[in-house]
Design a protein around this ligand. Structure first.
Ligand SMILES: [Zn+2]
Ligand SMILES: [Zn+2]
Length: 373
């Protein structure tokens, strides 16, 4: 018999989140049991709810958790009960890719993040006596307590505002990491961001931190462009503007040093590539749908020293990058609170609705609003 905790289950592909009691396993070797204070909701949770993972349901999703360590498993010496942690993606910290400093591309990353199980194939939670998919990003943070791994937990100050910091584990790390880690944008360089949701706005904030000379933001929503401006964008463009690429090229006198696609649409990647200047880099962050994942690009323009690169999790190592974002936030240079909106755990379906309706940029669930367990 495991520990009874409350979780938001998705019982079938595309179905709503249903809150119910599940049993949580004891922490295994390398694992931490974390009492989740808050969890952000990321678009990847919604694409997995829609069946992207092709794993059987029921499942517990969620991968932007933050909370307090309650217990540790065998071999854990770097965490202890009472530690405050932000949870991120899992990496093995031992394969060739991890050792080269790129854990986002870990050779065991698929099993550890996307299989819905632990990397060894077992399941941390049981529901009505049967094991369920509950190792999403080695956390499945839509629950009041979860099992994470020492490799995807990052210690923060015990007094840190966990509700604000929860989304640092994925969405904000993806946008900010792309600019500061993958691109290593330098002061005086230029950036264009296509799609200013949570990921794109994190990129805008990071570019301002790095001292970008101009930051161009493109979106379908005028309200979001206004927020982008407040956070550091110097030029904003409605995505529906005719001759958008031409206008942007003119405004930047031949293109930007870096462009970021944060939407996952072939035509948007094409635009981002086209506004990247010779010797510049175009990065892809958006996850395309399987039905529309091929793009046509000009080989002639590519010849001019342009680079096109796919980027997962900002190519950032959470162990060092999350503390960096926490410090920037404390200095007032990474104002997360302008992007987040809080919901009680019980209101998870409302939070998802607002996210899909684009009225909430980054919904954050408070896991212990009404209950004590
Ligand atoms: Zn690895
Ligand atoms: Zn995510």
């Amino acid at each position: 018999m495991g520990l009874p905790v409350r979780a938001a289950l998705v019982q079938a592909v595309g179905g709503p989140f249903i809150l119910d009691e599940v049993e949580l396993d004891r922490p295994g070797a390398g694992e931490l049991r974390v009492r989740v204070t808050a969890s952000g909701i990321c678009h990847t949770d919604l694409t997995y709810r829609a069946g992207a993972g092709r794993f059987p349901f029921p499942a517990v999703l969620g991968h932007e958790g933050a909370g307090v360590v309650e217990a540790v498993g065998e071999g854990v010496t770097d965490f202890e009960p009472g530690d405050a942690v932000v949870l991120s993606y899992y990496s093995c910290r031992a394969c060739g890719t991890c050792e080269r400093g790129h854990p986002a591309y870990c050779e065991r990353g698929y099993a550890g993040n996307f299989s819905g199980a632990r990397p060894d194939g077992s399941f941390p939670m049981r529901w009505r006596g049967a094991p369920i998919r509950s190792g999403f990003f080695h956390q499945s943070s839509f629950a009041t307590q979860v099992l994470a791994h020492r490799h995807n937990a990052v210690k923060v100050d015990r007094a840190a505002p966990l509700e604000l910091l929860a989304p640092l584990g994925c969405g904000f790390q993806t946008g900010a990491g792309a600019v500061l880690e993958a691109f290593r944008l330098q002061s005086g360089q230029t950036l264009a961001v296509f799609g200013v949701g949570a990921v794109g706005l994190a990129a805008v904030m990071a570019a301002r931190v790095a001292g970008a000379a101009s930051i161009l933001a493109v979106d379908l929503d005028a309200g979001r462009l206004e927020l982008a401006r407040e956070l550091g964008a110097t030029d904003t463009f409605l995505a529906t503007e005719p001759e958008l690429t031409k206008t942007m090229l003119k405004r930047t006198r031949g293109g930007v040093d870096f462009a970021l696609e944060c939407v996952g649409l072939p035509q948007v990647l094409r635009q981002a590539f086209d506004v990247t200047r010779p010797l510049g880099t175009c990065g892809l962050l958006g996850l395309p749908s399987p039905e529309a994942s091929e793009v046509t690009l000009s080989m002639t323009r590519l010849l001019y020293g342009k680079r096109l690169v796919g980027i997962i999790e900002g190519d950032a190592d959470p162990k060092t990058f999350i503390p960096r974002m926490v410090a920037l936030h404390a200095e007032g240079r990474f104002p997360l609170e302008k992007l987040s909106r809080s919901y009680d755990f019980e209101a998870i379906n409302d939070a998802v609705h607002d996210m899909e309706a684009r009225t909430a940029i980054k919904p954050v669930l408070r896991m212990h609003g009404g209950s004590t367990r």
